[in-house]
Design a binder for this molecule. Sequence first.
Ligand SMILES: NC(=O)c1ccc[n+]([C@@H]2O[C@H](COP(=O)([O-])OP(=O)(O)OC[C@H]3O[C@@H](n4cnc5c(N)ncnc54)[C@H](OP(=O)(O)O)[C@@H]3O)[C@@H](O)[C@H]2O)c1
Length: 422
Amino acid sequence: MLSRSVLQAAAQASRHPGAARAATLAATAGNVQAQAPCASSTLPVQGRRYISMYGYTQAKALVYSKYGEPKDVLSLHKHSISAPHGSQVNLRLLTAPMNPADVNQIQGVYPSKPPFQTTLGTSEPAAVAGNEGAFEVISTGSNVKNLAKGDWVIMKRTGLGTWRTHAQLDESQLIRIENKDGLSPLQVGTVSVNPVTAYRMIRDYCDWDWMRAGEEWLIQNGANSGVGRAAIQLGREWGIKTLNVIRERKTPEETEALKQELKELGATAVVTEEEMLTGNFRDIVHEITRQGREPIRLALNCVGGKNATALAKTLAPDSHMVTYGAMSKQPVALPSGLLIFKNLSFDGFWVSRWGDKNPELKENTIRDVLQLTRSGRFKDIPVDKVEWKWDAEGPQLAERVQGTLGGYRSGKGVFTFTGGDE
Ligand SMILES: NC(=O)c1ccc[n+]([C@@H]2O[C@H](COP(=O)([O-])OP(=O)(O)OC[C@H]3O[C@@H](n4cnc5c(N)ncnc54)[C@H](OP(=O)(O)O)[C@@H]3O)[C@@H](O)[C@H]2O)c1
Protein backbone atom coordinates (compact mmCIF):
# COMPACT_ATOMS: atom_id res chain seq x y z
CA MET A 1 0.00 0.00 0.00
CA LEU A 2 1.27 3.43 -0.89
CA SER A 3 1.64 5.77 2.01
CA ARG A 4 -0.50 8.85 2.02
CA SER A 5 2.57 11.07 2.19
CA VAL A 6 3.83 9.56 -1.06
CA LEU A 7 0.37 10.03 -2.45
CA GLN A 8 0.33 13.63 -1.36
CA ALA A 9 3.77 14.39 -2.77
CA ALA A 10 2.83 12.85 -6.09
CA ALA A 11 -0.35 14.89 -6.11
CA GLN A 12 1.58 18.10 -5.71
CA ALA A 13 4.15 17.14 -8.33
CA SER A 14 1.64 16.32 -10.98
CA ARG A 15 -1.25 18.59 -10.18
CA HIS A 16 -3.17 19.47 -13.25
CA PRO A 17 -5.79 21.99 -12.31
CA GLY A 18 -6.96 23.23 -15.68
CA ALA A 19 -10.59 23.21 -16.64
CA ALA A 20 -11.45 20.81 -19.45
CA ARG A 21 -10.60 22.45 -22.73
CA ALA A 22 -11.07 20.86 -26.07
CA ALA A 23 -7.64 19.90 -27.27
CA THR A 24 -6.88 18.13 -30.44
CA LEU A 25 -5.17 14.83 -29.91
CA ALA A 26 -2.36 14.70 -32.36
CA ALA A 27 -3.10 11.12 -33.08
CA THR A 28 -1.16 9.27 -35.65
CA ALA A 29 -2.47 6.16 -37.25
CA GLY A 30 0.70 4.19 -36.77
CA ASN A 31 3.15 2.91 -39.28
CA VAL A 32 1.17 0.21 -40.91
CA GLN A 33 2.43 -0.24 -44.40
CA ALA A 34 -0.03 0.40 -47.17
CA GLN A 35 -0.77 -2.92 -48.76
CA ALA A 36 -3.06 -3.86 -51.53
CA PRO A 37 -6.19 -5.55 -50.22
CA CYS A 38 -5.20 -9.11 -49.58
CA ALA A 39 -5.17 -11.58 -52.40
CA SER A 40 -7.46 -14.55 -52.48
CA SER A 41 -4.46 -16.87 -52.05
CA THR A 42 -4.30 -15.88 -48.40
CA LEU A 43 -7.53 -17.34 -47.12
CA PRO A 44 -7.66 -18.16 -43.43
CA VAL A 45 -7.29 -21.80 -42.52
CA GLN A 46 -9.85 -22.92 -39.95
CA GLY A 47 -10.02 -19.50 -38.37
CA ARG A 48 -6.27 -19.20 -37.92
CA ARG A 49 -4.30 -16.28 -39.27
CA TYR A 50 -2.31 -17.14 -42.32
CA ILE A 51 1.14 -15.73 -42.95
CA SER A 52 1.90 -15.90 -46.65
CA MET A 53 5.20 -17.19 -47.98
CA TYR A 54 6.20 -13.59 -48.64
CA GLY A 55 5.93 -12.72 -44.96
CA TYR A 56 2.72 -10.73 -45.20
CA THR A 57 0.31 -10.98 -42.31
CA GLN A 58 -3.37 -10.86 -43.04
CA ALA A 59 -5.26 -8.37 -40.92
CA LYS A 60 -8.75 -7.00 -40.45
CA ALA A 61 -9.66 -3.66 -38.94
CA LEU A 62 -12.93 -1.99 -37.98
CA VAL A 63 -12.66 1.32 -39.80
CA TYR A 64 -14.83 4.37 -40.46
CA SER A 65 -14.44 6.99 -43.13
CA LYS A 66 -17.27 9.28 -42.00
CA TYR A 67 -18.89 10.04 -38.67
CA GLY A 68 -22.17 8.48 -37.61
CA GLU A 69 -23.69 5.65 -35.63
CA PRO A 70 -21.32 2.68 -35.37
CA LYS A 71 -23.74 0.32 -37.13
CA ASP A 72 -23.93 2.72 -40.09
CA VAL A 73 -20.32 3.76 -40.52
CA LEU A 74 -18.12 0.94 -39.25
CA SER A 75 -16.88 -1.59 -41.77
CA LEU A 76 -14.41 -4.42 -41.65
CA HIS A 77 -11.41 -3.77 -43.86
CA LYS A 78 -9.10 -6.60 -44.82
CA HIS A 79 -5.53 -5.80 -45.65
CA SER A 80 -2.03 -7.19 -45.36
CA ILE A 81 0.86 -6.13 -43.21
CA SER A 82 4.45 -6.58 -44.33
CA ALA A 83 7.19 -8.16 -42.25
CA PRO A 84 8.42 -5.53 -39.79
CA HIS A 85 11.48 -3.47 -40.70
CA GLY A 86 13.76 -1.40 -38.50
CA SER A 87 11.94 -0.49 -35.30
CA GLN A 88 8.56 -1.76 -36.48
CA VAL A 89 6.64 -4.34 -34.51
CA ASN A 90 3.84 -6.60 -35.75
CA LEU A 91 1.07 -7.23 -33.29
CA ARG A 92 -1.94 -9.46 -32.83
CA LEU A 93 -4.94 -8.28 -30.84
CA LEU A 94 -5.69 -9.98 -27.56
CA THR A 95 -8.44 -7.80 -26.10
CA ALA A 96 -9.85 -4.33 -26.75
CA PRO A 97 -12.72 -2.73 -24.84
CA MET A 98 -15.52 -0.59 -26.26
CA ASN A 99 -15.48 2.51 -24.09
CA PRO A 100 -18.03 5.34 -24.33
CA ALA A 101 -15.36 7.63 -25.80
CA ASP A 102 -14.70 5.16 -28.64
CA VAL A 103 -18.33 5.40 -29.69
CA ASN A 104 -18.38 9.20 -29.31
CA GLN A 105 -15.30 9.35 -31.51
CA ILE A 106 -17.02 7.33 -34.24
CA GLN A 107 -20.04 9.62 -33.92
CA GLY A 108 -17.73 12.61 -34.45
CA VAL A 109 -18.68 14.23 -31.14
CA TYR A 110 -15.42 13.60 -29.31
CA PRO A 111 -12.70 16.27 -29.30
CA SER A 112 -9.96 13.94 -30.48
CA LYS A 113 -10.48 12.78 -34.03
CA PRO A 114 -7.96 10.35 -35.49
CA PRO A 115 -7.05 11.47 -39.00
CA PHE A 116 -8.69 9.67 -41.91
CA GLN A 117 -5.90 8.10 -43.95
CA THR A 118 -5.43 5.61 -46.78
CA THR A 119 -2.42 3.87 -45.23
CA LEU A 120 -4.33 0.60 -44.83
CA GLY A 121 -5.41 0.61 -48.46
CA THR A 122 -9.02 1.55 -47.82
CA SER A 123 -10.88 2.91 -50.82
CA GLU A 124 -11.60 6.11 -48.90
CA PRO A 125 -9.48 7.72 -46.18
CA ALA A 126 -10.44 6.02 -42.93
CA ALA A 127 -9.51 5.70 -39.26
CA VAL A 128 -9.29 2.51 -37.23
CA ALA A 129 -11.70 2.65 -34.28
CA GLY A 130 -10.84 1.94 -30.65
CA ASN A 131 -8.43 3.61 -28.26
CA GLU A 132 -7.08 0.95 -25.96
CA GLY A 133 -6.35 -2.75 -25.91
CA ALA A 134 -3.78 -5.44 -25.25
CA PHE A 135 -1.73 -6.85 -28.12
CA GLU A 136 0.82 -9.62 -28.41
CA VAL A 137 4.05 -9.12 -30.31
CA ILE A 138 4.28 -11.58 -33.21
CA SER A 139 7.43 -10.30 -34.90
CA THR A 140 9.90 -7.45 -34.61
CA GLY A 141 12.16 -5.49 -36.96
CA SER A 142 15.91 -5.78 -36.67
CA ASN A 143 16.30 -2.50 -34.73
CA VAL A 144 13.69 -3.26 -32.09
CA LYS A 145 15.47 -3.21 -28.75
CA ASN A 146 13.05 -3.83 -25.96
CA LEU A 147 10.36 -6.05 -27.38
CA ALA A 148 10.35 -9.70 -28.37
CA LYS A 149 7.88 -12.16 -29.82
CA GLY A 150 5.35 -13.15 -27.18
CA ASP A 151 5.53 -9.88 -25.22
CA TRP A 152 2.29 -8.14 -24.39
CA VAL A 153 2.01 -4.46 -25.16
CA ILE A 154 -0.43 -1.59 -24.98
CA MET A 155 -0.37 1.60 -26.99
CA LYS A 156 1.29 4.62 -25.42
CA ARG A 157 -1.38 6.99 -26.62
CA THR A 158 -5.02 6.91 -27.44
CA GLY A 159 -6.12 7.49 -31.03
CA LEU A 160 -3.96 4.83 -32.68
CA GLY A 161 -6.82 2.41 -33.42
CA THR A 162 -7.16 -0.83 -31.47
CA TRP A 163 -10.18 -2.54 -33.01
CA ARG A 164 -8.11 -4.59 -35.41
CA THR A 165 -6.86 -8.14 -35.49
CA HIS A 166 -3.29 -7.13 -36.30
CA ALA A 167 -1.31 -3.95 -36.44
CA GLN A 168 2.15 -2.73 -37.28
CA LEU A 169 3.44 0.04 -35.07
CA ASP A 170 6.76 1.52 -34.16
CA GLU A 171 8.37 0.31 -30.95
CA SER A 172 8.29 3.89 -29.67
CA GLN A 173 4.47 3.84 -29.74
CA LEU A 174 4.21 0.86 -27.40
CA ILE A 175 4.44 0.13 -23.70
CA ARG A 176 5.73 -3.32 -22.86
CA ILE A 177 3.97 -5.10 -20.00
CA GLU A 178 6.95 -5.93 -17.86
CA ASN A 179 5.68 -8.99 -16.12
CA LYS A 180 2.62 -10.47 -17.66
CA ASP A 181 2.52 -13.39 -15.23
CA GLY A 182 -0.59 -13.21 -13.13
CA LEU A 183 -2.30 -10.87 -15.55
CA SER A 184 -5.02 -11.55 -18.10
CA PRO A 185 -5.40 -9.87 -21.50
CA LEU A 186 -8.60 -8.26 -20.18
CA GLN A 187 -6.76 -6.67 -17.26
CA VAL A 188 -3.98 -5.39 -19.49
CA GLY A 189 -6.33 -4.29 -22.26
CA THR A 190 -8.46 -2.18 -19.94
CA VAL A 191 -5.81 -0.62 -17.71
CA SER A 192 -4.75 2.46 -19.61
CA VAL A 193 -7.94 4.54 -19.72
CA ASN A 194 -10.36 3.96 -16.85
CA PRO A 195 -8.08 2.94 -13.96
CA VAL A 196 -5.58 5.64 -14.93
CA THR A 197 -8.37 8.23 -14.98
CA ALA A 198 -9.60 7.23 -11.52
CA TYR A 199 -6.08 7.06 -10.13
CA ARG A 200 -5.04 10.50 -11.38
CA MET A 201 -8.26 12.25 -10.37
CA ILE A 202 -8.01 10.92 -6.82
CA ARG A 203 -4.34 11.73 -6.51
CA ASP A 204 -4.07 15.00 -8.32
CA TYR A 205 -7.13 16.94 -7.24
CA CYS A 206 -7.11 16.59 -3.48
CA ASP A 207 -4.45 17.08 -0.85
CA TRP A 208 -5.56 14.16 1.25
CA ASP A 209 -4.55 14.46 4.85
CA TRP A 210 -2.52 11.31 5.45
CA MET A 211 -2.93 11.72 9.20
CA ARG A 212 -6.64 11.19 8.67
CA ALA A 213 -6.59 7.94 6.70
CA GLY A 214 -10.02 6.39 6.90
CA GLU A 215 -11.65 9.66 7.91
CA GLU A 216 -11.95 11.41 4.57
CA TRP A 217 -14.37 10.74 1.76
CA LEU A 218 -14.84 11.01 -1.94
CA ILE A 219 -18.25 10.96 -3.58
CA GLN A 220 -18.84 9.84 -7.16
CA ASN A 221 -21.63 9.14 -9.61
CA GLY A 222 -21.50 6.47 -12.32
CA ALA A 223 -20.01 4.36 -9.55
CA ASN A 224 -20.62 1.07 -11.34
CA SER A 225 -18.68 2.22 -14.43
CA GLY A 226 -15.14 1.12 -15.17
CA VAL A 227 -13.79 4.38 -13.76
CA GLY A 228 -16.14 4.18 -10.76
CA ARG A 229 -15.10 0.66 -9.87
CA ALA A 230 -11.45 1.66 -10.13
CA ALA A 231 -12.05 4.68 -7.86
CA ILE A 232 -13.72 2.47 -5.25
CA GLN A 233 -10.81 0.06 -5.16
CA LEU A 234 -8.12 2.73 -5.15
CA GLY A 235 -9.99 4.57 -2.39
CA ARG A 236 -10.05 1.36 -0.35
CA GLU A 237 -6.29 0.90 -0.92
CA TRP A 238 -5.48 4.47 0.06
CA GLY A 239 -7.71 4.78 3.10
CA ILE A 240 -10.29 7.03 1.43
CA LYS A 241 -13.94 6.26 2.09
CA THR A 242 -16.22 6.31 -0.94
CA LEU A 243 -19.85 7.38 -1.22
CA ASN A 244 -21.09 5.93 -4.47
CA VAL A 245 -24.10 6.90 -6.54
CA ILE A 246 -25.65 4.44 -9.01
CA ARG A 247 -28.82 4.48 -11.04
CA GLU A 248 -31.66 2.29 -9.85
CA ARG A 249 -32.02 -1.05 -11.62
CA LYS A 250 -35.28 -2.54 -12.84
CA THR A 251 -36.13 -4.18 -9.52
CA PRO A 252 -35.19 -3.40 -5.89
CA GLU A 253 -33.43 -6.79 -5.76
CA GLU A 254 -31.22 -5.90 -8.73
CA THR A 255 -30.44 -2.51 -7.17
CA GLU A 256 -29.53 -4.19 -3.91
CA ALA A 257 -27.36 -6.73 -5.74
CA LEU A 258 -25.43 -3.95 -7.48
CA LYS A 259 -24.98 -2.08 -4.20
CA GLN A 260 -23.67 -5.26 -2.63
CA GLU A 261 -21.32 -5.90 -5.57
CA LEU A 262 -19.76 -2.45 -5.15
CA LYS A 263 -19.48 -2.88 -1.40
CA GLU A 264 -17.59 -6.10 -1.97
CA LEU A 265 -15.14 -4.11 -4.10
CA GLY A 266 -14.59 -1.77 -1.17
CA ALA A 267 -17.33 0.88 -1.47
CA THR A 268 -18.08 2.38 1.94
CA ALA A 269 -21.62 3.40 1.03
CA VAL A 270 -23.77 3.12 -2.09
CA VAL A 271 -26.93 5.12 -2.78
CA THR A 272 -29.16 5.41 -5.81
CA GLU A 273 -29.55 8.59 -7.80
CA GLU A 274 -33.16 8.69 -6.62
CA GLU A 275 -32.11 8.45 -2.98
CA MET A 276 -29.68 11.30 -3.58
CA LEU A 277 -32.13 13.57 -5.37
CA THR A 278 -35.15 13.07 -3.17
CA GLY A 279 -35.86 12.94 0.52
CA ASN A 280 -33.31 13.23 3.20
CA PHE A 281 -29.99 12.80 1.44
CA ARG A 282 -28.51 15.61 3.49
CA ASP A 283 -29.32 13.68 6.66
CA ILE A 284 -27.92 10.47 5.21
CA VAL A 285 -24.65 12.21 4.38
CA HIS A 286 -24.56 13.85 7.80
CA GLU A 287 -25.03 10.48 9.44
CA ILE A 288 -22.46 8.49 7.45
CA THR A 289 -19.81 11.20 7.72
CA ARG A 290 -20.18 11.22 11.52
CA GLN A 291 -22.09 14.49 11.61
CA GLY A 292 -19.71 16.02 9.10
CA ARG A 293 -16.56 15.24 11.11
CA GLU A 294 -15.34 13.12 8.19
CA PRO A 295 -15.27 15.58 5.28
CA ILE A 296 -16.15 14.73 1.69
CA ARG A 297 -13.18 16.27 -0.03
CA LEU A 298 -13.50 15.18 -3.65
CA ALA A 299 -16.37 14.59 -6.06
CA LEU A 300 -15.94 12.68 -9.30
CA ASN A 301 -18.63 13.45 -11.84
CA CYS A 302 -19.26 11.60 -15.10
CA VAL A 303 -23.01 12.26 -15.30
CA GLY A 304 -23.74 16.01 -15.10
CA GLY A 305 -27.14 17.64 -14.63
CA LYS A 306 -28.93 17.52 -11.27
CA ASN A 307 -26.88 14.55 -10.26
CA ALA A 308 -23.67 16.61 -10.44
CA THR A 309 -25.25 19.51 -8.53
CA ALA A 310 -26.27 17.14 -5.73
CA LEU A 311 -22.75 15.74 -5.58
CA ALA A 312 -21.24 19.21 -5.30
CA LYS A 313 -23.56 20.15 -2.43
CA THR A 314 -22.11 17.39 -0.26
CA LEU A 315 -18.56 18.71 -0.50
CA ALA A 316 -16.68 20.21 2.44
CA PRO A 317 -15.35 23.77 2.01
CA ASP A 318 -12.28 24.14 -0.24
CA SER A 319 -12.90 20.80 -1.96
CA HIS A 320 -12.78 19.91 -5.65
CA MET A 321 -15.25 18.42 -8.03
CA VAL A 322 -13.69 16.86 -11.12
CA THR A 323 -15.89 16.37 -14.16
CA TYR A 324 -14.62 13.70 -16.53
CA GLY A 325 -17.74 12.56 -18.38
CA ALA A 326 -21.20 13.72 -19.37
CA MET A 327 -23.28 10.57 -19.59
CA SER A 328 -26.63 12.35 -19.04
CA LYS A 329 -25.68 14.94 -21.69
CA GLN A 330 -26.93 17.60 -19.24
CA PRO A 331 -24.77 20.60 -18.35
CA VAL A 332 -23.31 21.02 -14.90
CA ALA A 333 -25.24 23.77 -13.08
CA LEU A 334 -23.85 25.07 -9.80
CA PRO A 335 -25.38 27.25 -7.09
CA SER A 336 -23.16 30.34 -6.81
CA GLY A 337 -22.88 29.90 -3.04
CA LEU A 338 -20.79 26.79 -3.54
CA LEU A 339 -18.17 28.93 -5.22
CA ILE A 340 -18.50 32.04 -3.08
CA PHE A 341 -18.98 30.70 0.43
CA LYS A 342 -17.55 27.19 0.21
CA ASN A 343 -14.71 28.05 -2.13
CA LEU A 344 -15.21 24.86 -4.11
CA SER A 345 -13.13 24.30 -7.23
CA PHE A 346 -14.47 22.71 -10.36
CA ASP A 347 -12.06 21.01 -12.69
CA GLY A 348 -12.15 18.83 -15.76
CA PHE A 349 -9.93 15.86 -16.47
CA TRP A 350 -9.14 14.21 -19.78
CA VAL A 351 -6.81 11.24 -19.61
CA SER A 352 -5.75 11.51 -23.28
CA ARG A 353 -4.40 15.01 -22.83
CA TRP A 354 -2.97 14.22 -19.41
CA GLY A 355 -1.21 11.11 -20.78
CA ASP A 356 0.30 13.03 -23.69
CA LYS A 357 1.73 15.57 -21.26
CA ASN A 358 2.86 13.04 -18.67
CA PRO A 359 3.98 9.92 -20.54
CA GLU A 360 6.31 8.65 -17.81
CA LEU A 361 3.82 9.21 -15.04
CA LYS A 362 1.22 7.43 -17.14
CA GLU A 363 3.48 4.38 -17.42
CA ASN A 364 4.13 4.45 -13.68
CA THR A 365 0.42 4.72 -12.99
CA ILE A 366 -0.27 1.73 -15.23
CA ARG A 367 2.49 -0.22 -13.49
CA ASP A 368 0.98 0.56 -10.08
CA VAL A 369 -2.48 -0.56 -11.11
CA LEU A 370 -1.15 -3.76 -12.69
CA GLN A 371 0.78 -4.48 -9.53
CA LEU A 372 -2.41 -4.16 -7.51
CA THR A 373 -4.13 -6.39 -10.06
CA ARG A 374 -1.44 -9.07 -9.84
CA SER A 375 -1.76 -9.12 -6.09
CA GLY A 376 -5.53 -9.63 -6.36
CA ARG A 377 -6.38 -6.22 -4.92
CA PHE A 378 -7.80 -4.77 -8.12
CA LYS A 379 -10.66 -6.80 -9.57
CA ASP A 380 -11.76 -7.21 -13.17
CA ILE A 381 -14.64 -5.16 -14.50
CA PRO A 382 -17.72 -7.17 -15.50
CA VAL A 383 -17.60 -7.73 -19.25
CA ASP A 384 -19.80 -8.64 -22.14
CA LYS A 385 -17.26 -10.56 -24.18
CA VAL A 386 -17.45 -10.26 -27.96
CA GLU A 387 -15.46 -13.03 -29.53
CA TRP A 388 -13.82 -11.80 -32.73
CA LYS A 389 -13.07 -14.84 -34.85
CA TRP A 390 -11.12 -14.42 -38.04
CA ASP A 391 -14.23 -14.91 -40.14
CA ALA A 392 -16.45 -12.58 -38.07
CA GLU A 393 -18.61 -10.36 -40.26
CA GLY A 394 -18.23 -6.56 -40.11
CA PRO A 395 -21.95 -5.83 -39.55
CA GLN A 396 -22.07 -8.30 -36.62
CA LEU A 397 -19.12 -6.60 -34.95
CA ALA A 398 -20.55 -3.13 -35.65
CA GLU A 399 -23.89 -4.20 -34.16
CA ARG A 400 -22.14 -5.21 -30.94
CA VAL A 401 -20.51 -1.79 -30.79
CA GLN A 402 -23.89 -0.15 -31.32
CA GLY A 403 -25.28 -2.20 -28.45
CA THR A 404 -22.89 -0.54 -26.01
CA LEU A 405 -24.75 2.78 -26.36
CA GLY A 406 -27.59 1.91 -24.00
CA GLY A 407 -27.32 2.28 -20.23
CA TYR A 408 -27.98 -0.31 -17.51
CA ARG A 409 -25.56 -2.81 -19.01
CA SER A 410 -24.31 -5.74 -17.00
CA GLY A 411 -20.80 -5.50 -18.42
CA LYS A 412 -18.51 -3.57 -20.72
CA GLY A 413 -18.32 -4.78 -24.31
CA VAL A 414 -14.87 -6.20 -24.94
CA PHE A 415 -13.50 -7.61 -28.18
CA THR A 416 -11.42 -10.74 -27.74
CA PHE A 417 -9.62 -11.90 -30.84
CA THR A 418 -9.49 -15.66 -31.14
CA GLY A 419 -8.16 -15.89 -34.66
CA GLY A 420 -4.88 -17.29 -33.43
CA ASP A 421 -1.37 -16.85 -34.66
CA GLU A 422 1.45 -19.13 -35.66
N1 LIG B 1 -12.23 12.25 -19.16
C1 LIG B 1 -11.55 11.14 -19.26
O1 LIG B 1 -10.33 11.12 -19.40
C2 LIG B 1 -12.29 9.84 -19.21
C3 LIG B 1 -11.61 8.62 -19.15
C4 LIG B 1 -12.34 7.44 -19.04
C5 LIG B 1 -13.73 7.50 -19.02
N2 LIG B 1 -14.35 8.69 -19.12
C6 LIG B 1 -15.80 8.83 -19.05
O2 LIG B 1 -16.20 8.19 -17.87
C7 LIG B 1 -17.50 7.71 -18.00
C8 LIG B 1 -17.50 6.26 -17.62
O3 LIG B 1 -16.72 5.55 -18.56
P1 LIG B 1 -16.50 3.98 -18.39
O4 LIG B 1 -15.76 3.44 -19.55
O5 LIG B 1 -15.95 3.75 -17.03
O6 LIG B 1 -18.03 3.54 -18.43
P2 LIG B 1 -18.69 2.11 -18.53
O7 LIG B 1 -17.93 1.14 -17.71
O8 LIG B 1 -18.92 1.81 -19.97
O9 LIG B 1 -20.10 2.41 -17.82
C9 LIG B 1 -20.96 3.41 -18.28
C10 LIG B 1 -21.47 4.18 -17.08
O10 LIG B 1 -22.24 5.28 -17.51
C11 LIG B 1 -23.52 5.25 -16.85
N3 LIG B 1 -24.53 5.80 -17.73
C12 LIG B 1 -24.81 5.41 -18.99
N4 LIG B 1 -25.79 6.19 -19.50
C13 LIG B 1 -26.11 7.10 -18.53
C14 LIG B 1 -27.04 8.18 -18.43
N5 LIG B 1 -27.83 8.49 -19.45
N6 LIG B 1 -27.08 8.87 -17.28
C15 LIG B 1 -26.29 8.56 -16.24
N7 LIG B 1 -25.38 7.56 -16.27
C16 LIG B 1 -25.30 6.83 -17.40
C17 LIG B 1 -23.75 3.78 -16.58
O11 LIG B 1 -24.70 3.65 -15.57
P3 LIG B 1 -25.87 2.55 -15.72
O12 LIG B 1 -25.23 1.23 -15.49
O13 LIG B 1 -26.84 2.94 -14.69
O14 LIG B 1 -26.39 2.69 -17.12
C18 LIG B 1 -22.35 3.35 -16.17
O15 LIG B 1 -22.11 3.71 -14.84
C19 LIG B 1 -17.90 7.99 -19.44
O16 LIG B 1 -18.58 9.19 -19.47
C20 LIG B 1 -16.57 8.14 -20.14
O17 LIG B 1 -16.64 8.92 -21.31
C21 LIG B 1 -13.66 9.86 -19.21
